[in-house]
Every structure is written in C-alpha cells, then in structure tokens.
Design a protein around this ligand. Structure first.
Ligand code: MV4
Length: 444
C-alpha cells in the first residue's frame, strides 16, 4: 500500500490523512464544489474535485469516487464514517477493481447492516439479547403473538434502519395495530425495505459500545467500552471512555461478548458492538457498526492505540501491532462534539468563522477541520470540531474539559460550546448518572 484516497470530508478526512502521513502513505483528497476551501483538500498530497455540493452528487456518488481513484492511481481507499462507509455495494466495487477498501469485507457490512440478520448472528454467538421476535415480523397477527410473549412496552424497528429513524414504541396491545402498520410503511419509504422486528423496550438505558480491532491473522482485540448516552434526537453530543459505572469485571465481560461475535462471523478491521444497558446493569445487544466511529478518539486516549493507523495497517495485511491480551486501559477520556448551531433551537448555523482560538495544554486534543477564515457550508453535517480531553481519572478529565471549553473561541458563527459548559457543570452528569434520556429530562 502506497497511496490512499480518502472518500470523505471534514474532520474525519483530516484525521485519516494524518494517519496516512505518519505511515508514510501518499494521500488523495476528494472534495465537492462546496468544499473547495476545506482543510482536507489543503493537507493532502493531491486533491480531486468529484462533483457539486450535494453529497448525492459527490461524496455519495460511487462512479465519481472510483474515477478519482483511477485517475490518481491509488491502491487503497478509506471511507471515513458516514457517507459510503457502510455501503456494502461500494466496498464490493473497490474489491472488484482491486482497490483495498480500508474497512471490513463487503459481506460483513451487508450482513451486520441488516438489523434482523445482525440480531440472528449475535444470538448465535450467545450475545445477551432482549426478548424479541425471531427474525422479521411480516403480519399484524404475528406481531400480536410476539407482543403476548414479550409484553409491553415494546419497540418496533426497521431491519434496514439506523439513527433511530422509523422506530415505534408501543405501550399497549390497543396501539399495536396502527403502530405496526406505520412502522412497516416507514421502513419501506425511508429505507426501501419493509422488514421490521420487535424487541422489549428499555425505557431509560445507557448506550455502551465496545471497540473491536481485528486483523486478517485471527487476532481479535477489544479496546474497552465507551459510554455514549448523552445524545439529543439520536445525535451523540458527548462520549467517554471508560463507562463511568463499569468495573473491571463488567469490562471484561462485555469485551469478551463483543469478541465472541466478531470471531463467530470472522470479522476484520475496526468495528463497534453497541449495547443497551438497563437500569439494573444488564447489557443487551443493540447493533454493530462496521466502520471507524466519530468517537474513536476517546478509546485511543485511554487505550494508547492509534485506531486509524491500526485500521490502515490491518487492511494492508499487517497483524495487530499490539497483543490483544496486553491492552492496558488507563485514565479517562471525554469528547465534546462542537457543532455550528443555534444554541436555542439547535438548528445548524453555517457561515464564516472570522476568528478561531483553539484550546491546548495538557490532556487536550482537537480533531477539527476549521480555521480562521473558513466558511462552514450549510449543506453538510454541522459538527465542526471534536474537543477531547484526557485525565488520570474522570474528575481530572472533566476539569480539563471545562478549562478547554472556556479557552475555545469560535467567532462569526454560533456553536454549542456553552451547552457543553453547562453540561459539564451539571451535578448528575459530573456524578456519571446519565442515560439516553438525560437531555430530555434534565434542565441545564
Ligand atoms: C432501543 C431502545 C430501547 N429499547 N431498543 C436508538 C437508535 C437505534 N439504533 C436503536 N435505538 C434504541 N433502541 C430497545 N429495545 C432505545 C433506543 C434509543 C437510543 C439508543 C441509544 C442511544 C440513544 C437512543 C435514543 C433513543 C432511543
């Protein structure tokens, strides 16, 4: 592997380019017309315009990206996260044209991307599951039988779903009929696949996910867990590692569960197994993400492993650079997603950054693509930076985050920096007493 095309934009493209540079790999950035002035185009060795602003015509347009790969003569392609990162057809296309796709095999992306199939694979690997339907539920009669078996509340989810879209919580038998029909219709119209399945509903869970790193030589490592419970409308806002309520035993248990699933399917590359944690501490399978994640830095900080370099080397055929039995997790890391948004309505707030001061000092890391004079486009995600802090323990990590948030200045647009400052002063948050309902139930 000598030259890598990064099929993405923003901070993740910058993050991948940095990893390539450290590995001595040449980099090719692709960009849309709206991203002509983006940082990733400036720091890559070469940059190729792949189309108009709307991502459907650029970052999601497979022929444009494949053409750029051919023109630039790359031998590998990194998909980043979002966009085409979990598109099995794209991974298969790379395989077909002898381009190394820096990610899992197309077949794993496809199988694990289908929530019904993923659930069956997890169950076969003896992963703890919430009681639910056996595969997809195709009729209302079948739905009623499942409901009688598992009780209420229950949740109906789309097999092809994600990001929380098309989910229906049902509290009583009388509502099942209508909700089931709506769920089926939405599954079809949102995802082009009407399959839905049913699970017992967890009312106030934590979102806990395990980072996997698997090579092509039969080595399967987990790098501990992240707690990503702080989210609004399925958008994560803060992530941390480790989960503040886990002990060593729980970490080993959930890590082994995730590794078992990876081994069962012969998984390769980075991956994440997501779990719901009930109020009684039980963990249940939720889904598998077959990509590097936005929040990977918190695991890098506590695990002392560069996950993106590891992911690239794995794709090149190298074995893991560390012993899976010698992974040492130390300290605490947290990440705040800094968004360009209206602090009151949370609506995106694009525009020109007239001045930018980046925080620094001990235990502070910024993954970002912004600079003074950069204009945040209106047509992409509003996340402009990730502020990551590390401390010897959670308390030091929190103190550093408050300090770094206070130092950070982004002028010309509005951001959620103040939201994070309030959150990091909230007693329940400071105590680690959070759930996915935290922002709905608490006032900051
Ligand atoms: C659930 C759940 C409660 N019970 N499943 C949301 C995203 C999608 N991938 C699955 N999700 C959920 N599934 C059962 N059986 C609650 C959620 C959920 C959630 C999960 C993780 C993080 C934030 C969330 C916000 C709302 C709902």
């Amino acid at each position: 592997m000598k030259k890598v095309l990064i099929a993405n934009r923003g901070e993740i493209a910058v993050r991948v380019i940095r990893a390539c540079q450290e590995l001595g790999l040449k980099t090719v950035a692709v960009y849309s017309v709206a991203d002509k002035e983006s940082l990733h185009t400036k720091i890559a060795d070469e940059s190729i315009c792949i189309g108009p602003g709307p991502s459907i015509k650029s970052y999601l347009h497979i022929p444009a990206i494949m053409s750029a790969a051919e023109v630039a003569g790359v031998d590998a392609l990194h998909p980043g996260y979002g966009f085409l990162s979990e598109n099995a057809e794209f991974a298969a296309c790379c395989e077909k044209y002898n381009l190394t796709f820096i990610g899992p095999k197309a077949e794993h992306i496809r199988a694990l991307g289908n929530k019904v199939e993923a659930r069956a694979l997890a169950e076969a690997a003896n992963v703890p599951m919430l009681p639910g339907s056996d595969g997809a539920v195709s009729s209302i009669d079948e739905a009623k039988k499942v409901a009688e078996k598992i009780g209420f509340p229950l949740i109906i989810k789309a097999a092809a779903g994600g990001g929380g879209r098309g989910m229906k919580v049902v509290n009583k038998m009388g509502d099942l009929d209508v909700q089931f029909q709506i769920a089926q219709q939405e599954a079809q119209s949102f995802f082009g696949n009407p399959d839905v399945f049913i699970e017992r509903y967890c009312a106030k869970p934590r979102h806990v996910e395990v980072q996997l790193v698997c090579d092509h030589h039969g080595n399967y490592a987990h790098i501990g867990e992240r707690d990503c419970s702080i989210q609004r409308r399925h958008q994560k806002l803060v992530e941390e590692a480790p989960c503040p309520v886990f002990d060593r035993q729980k970490r080993d248990e959930i890590g082994q569960i995730a590794v078992r699933l990876a081994k069962q399917v012969g998984y390769r590359s980075l991956g994440t197994v997501e779990f719901l944690m009930d109020e009684d501490g039980s963990v249940y399978f939720m889904e598998v993400n077959t990509r590097a994640q936005v929040e990977h830095p918190v695991t890098e900080m506590v695990g002392h492993i560069d996950l993106i370099k590891e992911q690239i080397k794995i794709a090149a055929g190298d074995p893991l650079s560390f012993d899976p039995n010698q992974v040492e997790l130390r300290g605490h890391a947290m990440e705040c997603r800094i968004n360009a948004e209206d602090p009151d309505t949370f609506a995106p707030w694009p525009g020109k950054i007239t001045a930018y001061h980046e925080p620094g000092g001990p235990g502070v890391r910024i993954d970002s693509m912004i600079y003074s004079g950069y204009t945040v486009p209106s047509i992409y995600d509003s996340m402009i930076a990730k502020l990551i802090t590390y401390g010897k323990d959670r308390e030091e990590c929190i103190v550093r985050m408050r300090r770094a948030l206070g130092e950070m200045k982004v002028d010309g647009i509005r951001t959620n920096i103040n939201f994070h400052l309030k959150l990091f002063s909230h007693p329940k948050f400071i105590a680690g007493d959070v759930s996915t309902k935290f922002l709905e139930q608490e006032t900051l």
